[in-house]
Design a protein around this ligand. Sequence first.
Ligand code: S3P
Length: 170
Amino acid sequence: MGWRLKKTVVMVGMMGAGKTAVGTSLARRLGVPFLDSDEEIVKAANMSIAEIFARDGEAFFRRKESQVISRLLETERCILSTGGGAFLSEQNRRAISEKGVAVWLKADLPLLWNRVRHKDTRPLLRTSDPYRTLSEIYEARVPFYATADLVVEARDEYSVDDMADAVIDA
Ligand code: S3P
C-alpha cells in the first residue's frame, strides 16, 4: 500500500543534481507515482529536449514546461521532477506552492560539473565555455531554489536512497 500524499512533492534544482534519480527512489519508497516534466514534454513533442530547443527555441520549451507542470499538479498527487529552469518562473513557483511542496536538491558546483560535463543532452551548456556557463546559471538560480519549502543536500558520497530518505525525514 502506498502513502496518501497530501501534496505533490516537486523536485527542483540544477541539472545534474539528481532530481530524477532521487525522485524515482522516493516514489518507489512511498509507493506513489513518479513523473518528470522533461519526459512529459519529450513524449508529447516526440523530440528530445535538445531538438525542441534547436527547432522551436527556449521560450517555446518554457511555455510547454509551464503547461506540463500545471497539468501534472492538477491531475494527480505524485513525485514530480522538474527541469532545472522550471523554478525560475514565477508562474511555476506559484502553481507549485499552491499544489505541492518544493524540495531543492542542493548540490555544489563541482558535483554538478562532474555530472554534466560528459553529457551532450543539455542545450544550455552548448557554449564555448560550458563550465563558466554552468557556474553563471548556478549563481543566478540559487536565490530562486533557496525559496523552496525543503532543502536536501546532494553529495557524491550520499546514495540516491539515502537522499530519498532525507526528503522523507524533511
Ligand atoms: C534545463 C534543465 C534540463 C532541461 C532543459 C533545461 C535548465 O533538465 O529541462 O535542458 O534550464 O536547467 P534537468 O534539470 O533535468 O537536466
